[in-house]
Design a protein around this ligand. Structure first.
Ligand code: NAD
Length: 278
């Protein structure tokens, strides 16, 4: 028996990257999936490829009616909503807070935070009347720390973690489990918009992850699969970190120590003089 046999899921941002990987994995594990995305062509092509277990719906997660429509499509087309995966998100280099335009705040917050709030709201409304379910959202390790030049992004992801905890408290009595995933550096069109960028970004992520490799969308999809399925039935209110160990170490300190030991191996002091020099 497949791990999501008989379950119906909505996955926002399902046309690309982590969301696309989750759509493929969930369908392979027996789920029927509504793909919600603003990228119409990609969403429709994916649904056409995967066949009758999927529906593609053009939906902007900033809009209440669009998110309600995703839940309605799951119920109308597949008869249920067992899993809501609020994954759609945007990231950008915002610049320092002192320089960033107001529009950046509104744009990133509307998608990454309000979009998740709307997803939780409409899913919980349906699930509390129908025996519960699993709600998953994509946060980020950026939500666990301060992040230079991406303050709004980091703030929205911290907000997703907070929403997850509050929604878990409200959903518990109704059998609704609410969790989020904090990915580390994952090679997707968001982090690397071109094949050349993907190579460079993969090297950088490998460098900052103690495990020594960049994350791939499937790494996050696998965590989502576990949170969506019955194996995680006692897990709620959690921010599950999937980041190759990134958040467990201080990257700057690690770099400094690395540079110091490189210098030691090369026999030089931090000021460039040979070790042992007066
Ligand atoms: N790639 C990483 O390193 C990384 C790390 C941590 C967290 N994340 C998070 O993972 C999630 C997925 O990102 P990804 O890396 O797969 O990027 P991606 O760009 O490949 O996928 C994001 C998807 O969201 C969709 N989307 C954007 N705005 C939308 C809107 N208003 N309504 C509906 N859909 C919308 C996009 O069209 C796209 O298909 C995001 O929430 C992102 O913040 C990514």
């Amino acid at each position: 028996m497949a791990r999501l046999d008989g379950k119906v899921a909505v996955i926002t941002g399902g046309a690309s990257g982590i969301g696309e990987s989750a759509v493929r994995l969930f369908v392979a594990e027996g789920a029927r999936v509504v793909i919600g995305d603003v990228q119409e062509e990609r969403a429709r092509a994916l649904a056409a490829e995967l066949g009758s277990a999927t529906r593609a719906v053009v939906a902007d997660v900033r809009e209440d009616r669009a998110v309600a429509g995703l839940v309605a499509t799951a119920v109308d087309e597949f008869g249920a909503l067992d899993v809501m995966y609020n994954n759609a998100g945007v990231g950008m280099v915002e610049g320092e807070i002192a320089d960033a335009p107001e529009e950046t705040f509104d744009f990133v917050t509307a998608i990454n935070l309000k979009g998740v709030w709307l997803g939780i709201k409409h899913a919980a409304r349906r699930m509390r009347e129908h025996g519960g379910g699993a709600i998953i959202s994509t946060a980020s390790v950026a939500g666990l720390h301060g992040f230079e030049r991406q303050a709004v992004y980091a703030m929205t992801k911290a907000g997703v973690i907070s929403l997850t905890r509050s929604a878990a408290a409200e959903g518990g009595p109704h059998g609704i489990r609410v969790n989020c995933i904090c990915p580390g550096g994952i090679v997707t069109p968001l982090s690397a918009p071109s094949p050349r960028a993907a190579e460079i970004v993969a090297e950088r992520f490998a460098d900052i992850h103690p495990l020594g490799r960049a994350g791939q969308p499937i790494d996050i999809a696998q965590a989502a699969l576990w949170l969506a399925g019955d194996e995680s039935s006692l897990v709620t209110g959690q921010a599950i970190v999937v980041d190759g160990g990134w958040s467990s170490v201080d990257a700057r300190w690690q770099r400094l120590i690395g540079q110091m030991s490189d210098r030691n191996r090369a026999g030089v002091r931090p000021d460039g003089a040979p070790l042992g020099a007066e």
